[in-house]
Design a protein around this ligand. Structure first.
Ligand SMILES: NC(=O)c1ccc[n+]([C@@H]2O[C@H](COP(=O)([O-])OP(=O)(O)OC[C@H]3O[C@@H](n4cnc5c(N)ncnc54)[C@H](O)[C@@H]3O)[C@@H](O)[C@H]2O)c1
Length: 350
């Protein structure tokens, strides 16, 4: 029977920027987790999380498993992309449920290896952390589209403008961050924060079929693309533009999403990733009235992804998306990269 007081014991693996967001939001939304170990080779970051959680700290996952493996049933993996595969596989082999930050890995072969490991342990929950699937404005927009609030969808626009929030270090007065290196991150904005724009497009418009893209690098220290313009074609025949751009300069505010249909438009305003807001423009809402406004709605989504994970483990509920379903963001990003080289439309699926 479901017991809302039961909590999932979790080891945080990687105590960097996103770990803060996970913990803050999990506390706000009341996710049923309890941090019982923290892991990070960086002594200072580890110490900060030991102090914050009261849990013991370890320099690597192997050490945590050896010395405190019976203290946690799950791991929340928040490390640089090139380490995702090794750490996820190690955790699954040790019998731990895994929530792994996006992207699952930096190429599809590594993802296949992780998924094969997860399939060998079907009693374990393995999910990819993609918080945008819980953005309330996106969830509501997808529902309104299904209900026909804007008629038949024709095309969408998505704009990911990053002032250094999801890709910190743009200012350049510190050592080059791992995510600016191709060998560590697997790409630039598309494979990284871009996932949070691709998932909502999928939720609102369906599965992506093919993409064509151009990209460039205006941030010298970032080896991957620091701007990207793409056109996504969906199986339904609908299309969407997707733009990504990193800059700390002053820019005009951009809408995160605009979905245009035969009878109106839905707009998710930007530019920040904190508050959720949705505006509907149609005959019943001629002035684009807000149909949803939730302070911190986007920021709290990190907590909802942890709640979704904990519920899936503790109550065996269906998660919002399986790991396989979450792979489409990475597939899309990799197809975008193929297209910037080939200059052609590239399919997402084989
Ligand atoms: N969903 C989002 O909005 C979002 C935002 C930012 C980052 N992320 C994802 O979170 C992950 C981490 O990104 P970040 O911004 O927190 O990076 P970060 O550099 O701030 O933190 C990464 C941490 O991992 C630690 N680490 C390195 N090797 C380790 C190991 N072997 N074991 C344990 N810890 C290790 C580092 O010392 C560092 O503290 C990435 O997958 C990234 O794409 C997601």
């Amino acid at each position: 029977m479901e017991d809302r007081h039961r909590r999932l014991s979790v080891a945080l693996v990687g105590c960097g920027g996103i770990a803060d967001a996970h913990l803050d939001a999990a506390a706000r939304v009341g996710a049923r987790i309890e941090v019982t170990a923290v892991v990070d080779p960086d002594r200072e970051r580890r110490a900060a999380f030991v102090e914050r959680t009261g849990a013991p700290g370890f320099a690597d996952l192997g050490d945590a498993l050896d010395r405190a493996g019976d203290r946690f049933d799950a791991v929340d993996v928040m490390v640089p992309h090139d380490l995702h595969e090794a750490i996820a596989v190690e955790a699954i082999r040790a019998g731990k449920h895994v929530l792994l930050e996006k992207p699952m890995a930096i190429d599809l072969e590594a993802c296949d290896r992780i998924l094969a490991e997860a399939r060998r342990r079907p009693e374990l929950v393995f999910l990819v952390a993609e918080q945008s699937q819980f953005w309330p404005d996106v969830v509501e927009a997808a529902r309104l589209i299904r209900e026909g609030a804007i008629g038949r969808p024709l095309f969408g626009r998505a704009c990911y403008w990053d002032p250094g929030v999801l890709v910190p270090g743009l200012a350049g007065d510190e050592p080059v961050p791992w995510r600016y290196r191709l060998d560590r991150a697997g790409g630039g904005l598309g494979i990284d924060g871009g996932a949070h724009w691709i998932r909502p497009l999928r939720m609102m418009l369906g599965e992506v079929e093919a993409v064509v893209a151009v990209s460039g690098r205006h941030v010298e220290r970032m080896e991957g693309e620091s701007w990207l313009q793409a056109l996504l074609r969906f199986r339904s025949g609908v299309s969407a533009t997707f733009e990504a751009f990193a800059s700390t300069e002053v820019m005009a505010p951009a809408e995160l999403f605009r979905i245009t249909g035969t009878e109106g438009e839905l707009v998710i305003p930007g530019p920040d990733f904190v508050d959720a807001e949705l505006r509907l423009h149609n005959r019943a809402h001629p002035h684009g009235e807000p149909v949803l406004a939730i302070p911190r709605g986007r920021e709290d989504s990190y907590g909802h992804e942890l709640a979704d994970f904990a519920d899936a483990v503790l109550d065996r509920t269906e998660p919002a998306a399986t790991a396989e379903e979450s792979l489409a963001e990475l597939r899309t990003a990799l197809a975008l990269y193929r297209s910037t080289s080939s200059g052609r439309w590239e399919p997402i699926w084989d």
